[in-house]
Design a protein around this ligand. Structure first.
Ligand code: PMP
Length: 383
């Protein structure tokens, strides 16, 4: 059977998470916002327990955690939800990077279409943006700086710690899309200074369709966010709609597991990376790694196989590996990765690049066997 190597698109659910959710689906009925019966109270208790688990992982208070359907929605709320404040404060300048997920980039492009001025900063060949270039762009009317923690295609860690230290001294909101680092770079996130942070449970072996937005309090006040859809007062009025009780329980459990196991997981995924590198080096195939590995996550590699089209490789090695060549959110039809293009990588190399990502439950030997078979096919394609 093919080995799944696309964890950055979505990680498989941890069976302990699934058990928690099944238990809730079987034994809990009701709406967490029903106040007239104990069914509602019990559902509320499940949600608040989960909120506590999320808060504990991120090192924030429960009143700073807002459940959403995932990072796409969190990113939209964090950005579009600022419109009213932007108009009142006359701050209409936004800074972001060229390698953000489309949930940030397209939302900011929409803001540009509404009259906001936008600076989009590109990374260099390392895959990292320069914090100073971003800071130099900050003006008196800068509303928001939005920078992802870890890029989903390259695994490169961005300088959000440095940015947070500087931006917290200025009157600028700082949003971090931490979808790929949550539950992994636990200590770094806990020490981070930010106003808003987005995450999705399914990238840390939780269920799909749930995530959150963390809104940090400053002088007891959360960032000036308004809901972007209307229809209810759930989640402090910031995210209307019936809260999915079992999904929140799954999200909370995934956070608890990540908190207990992230150190062990980091060692495991890094050991796999070393195995993959050894296989690549021994294969005789011409390759190079995109992005500076000094800044790369242990669970991701973005590899260019010289002279081997990524589309051809993925199709002809489906029986061995599930790889990708870009974000699943933009992969309906093939277009060369905008992330690699922003790094200044030539088109021919982009077309030959694949993303490999794995996780805590990836079986080393099984992965290596399949990866080796994939490399053999890559060599055949080239010849
Ligand atoms: N941001 C990043 C960095 C991501 O990798 C993803 C998922 N590919 C998202 C946001 C969107 O997450 P979701 O699809 O769970 O809403």
């Amino acid at each position: 059977m093919s080995v799944y190597l696309d964890y950055n698109a979505s990680a498989p659910i941890d069976l302990r998470v699934l058990d928690t959710m099944v238990e809730i689906y079987k034994n809990n009925v009701g709406n967490a916002d029903s106040r007239t019966h104990c069914f509602g109270e019990n559902a509320r208790a499940v949600v608040e327990h989960a909120r506590g688990q999320v808060a504990h992982l991120f090192g924030v208070s429960t009143s700073e955690v807002y459940f959403t359907s995932g990072a796409t929605e969190s990113n939209n709320i964090a950005i579009q939800g600022l419109k009213e404040y932007a108009e009142k404060s006359n701050k209409r300048h936004i800074i972001t990077t060229a390698i953000e997920h489309k949930a940030v980039l397209e939302t900011i492009k929409y803001m540009a279409s509404q009259g906001y001025e936008v600076d989009i900063i590109a990374p260099d060949l390392s895959g990292r943006v320069d914090a100073n270039v971003i800071l130099d762009k900050v003006r008196d009317d800068t509303l928001l700086v939005s920078v992802m923690h870890v890029n989903n295609e390259t695994g490169i860690i961005q300088p959000v710690t440095e940015l947070g230290e500087e931006l917290c001294r200025r009157d600028v909101l700082f949003h971090v899309d931490a979808t790929q680092s949550s539950g992994k770079l636990v200590e770094e996130i806990r020490g981070l200074r930010y106003s808003m942070l987005s995450f999705s449970a399914h990238k840390m072996m939780g269920p799909q369709g749930i995530g959150g937005l963390i809104l940090r309090r400053k002088s007891y006040k959360i960032p000036p966010i308004r809901a972007i859809i209307l229809g209810g007062q759930q989640e402090g009025g910031i995210r209307p709609g019936t809260i999915p009780v079992a999904l929140t329980a799954g999200c909370g459990k995934a956070c608890e597991i990540a908190e207990n196991e992230y150190k062990k997981n980091a060692v495991h995924v890094y050991a796999i990376k070393e195995k993959i590198m050894a296989e690549l080096n021994n294969s005789g195939i011409e390759f190079h790694i995109n992005g500076n590995q000094e800044y790369c996550m242990g669970n991701t590699l973005n590899v260019c196989f010289t002279g081997v089209s990524s589309e051809a490789l993925m199709i002809s090695t489906k029986q061995y590996c599930g790889l990708s060549n870009g974000s699943a959110c933009t992969s309906k039809s093939y277009s060369p990765s905008y992330v690699l293009a922003a790094m200044g990588i030539p088109l021919v190399q982009i077309e030959n690049s694949v993303r490999i990502s794995w996780g805590p439950d990836t079986l080393e030997d099984y992965m290596v066997d399949n990866f080796r078979n994939m490399l053999k096919v890559a060599k055949e394609i080239k010849n």
